[in-house]
Ligand binder design. Structure first.
Ligand code: ADP
Length: 232
């Protein structure tokens, strides 16, 4: 555990250093005189702003992850209606999903999940955020849910760029990103799926990834049904 902690600290420092170096570099260039040339000044200020945004996104994600991992926060055992959850999270992403084709397939009589609504919303948010990020405009994003073997299976599927075979095993690791070019193009902290994994694990649920490069990706999470856990 100590090794994992040390590794994590090293990774976090490294990830924080990248935007920080850019911020310092461009601020110095501005101070050295670039502020006198309005066009460059504007461009550099924009870069500083973007990198600062990235920095706060990273810090937010690191905090979320360590909060869930610490086990110090109580995980609520609420009754969570899947359709409501999906509508709530999609509402938040509405602006970014406007141009995508959205399909929702959730039966009216689906039993509720037993879990922590806030955390489940976070997990679904991260999956949908990826579906949006890695799928072209007009692409398809489908969310479906069903009951199977005493569990709820919640699936988020897209027809985006997909994940290469060799990356699939590592995709849920912290800070793992398929390649640097993708990250430059799409942004992201590399922590989104690690957070999903932790949330699913705290719910004693399961995760499944189906993806074909160039065709699309589906992530299925299985979660306990309300009644089942109540009986235990
Ligand atoms: P990030 O913040 O970089 O998106 P994640 O942990 O959410 O980090 O995802 C890890 C990597 O998995 C991403 O960098 C991306 O390359 C790949 N990935 C995740 N979801 C998808 C998806 N729906 N389609 C294609 N690639 C994906």
């Amino acid at each position: 555990l100590e090794d994992i902690r040390a590794d994590f600290a090293a990774n976090v420092s490294h990830e924080l250093r990248t935007p920080l170096t850019a911020i310092r570099g461009f601020a110095e260039t501005l101070l050295d005189g670039a502020y006198c040339q309005p066009e460059s000044a504007l461009r550099f200020a924009q870069i500083i702003h973007n990198e600062a945004e990235r920095l706060s996104e990273l810090i937010e994600d690191v905090l979320k992850l360590s909060k869930i991992e610490s086990g110090r926060v109580a995980i609520a055992k609420e009754s969570v209606d899947v359709l409501e959850l999906v509508h709530e999270v999609m509402g938040r992403l509405h602006e970014r999903m406007k141009k995508h084709q959205i399909k929702i397939d959730i039966p009216d009589d689906l039993p509720p999940i037993q879990g922590d609504k806030g955390l489940l919303a976070q997990a679904l948010h991260n999956l949908l955020d990826n579906a949006v990020k890695y799928t072209q405009l007009q692409g398809l994003i489908a969310v479906s849910a069903k009951q199977q073997d005493g569990e709820i299976l919640l699936s988020v599927r897209d027809n985006g760029i997909g994940i290469p075979e060799e990356a699939k095993e590592r995709i849920f690791e912290r800070f793992y990103r398929v390649d640097r070019a993708r990250t430059r193009r799409f942004g992201g902290t590399g922590l989104g799926l690690a957070i999903v994994k932790h949330i699913v694990e705290t719910h004693k649920g399961g995760l499944q990834l189906n993806s074909v490069e160039g065709k699309g990706t589906e992530v299925i999470i299985s979660l306990p049904i309300m009644e089942r856990v109540e009986k235990e």
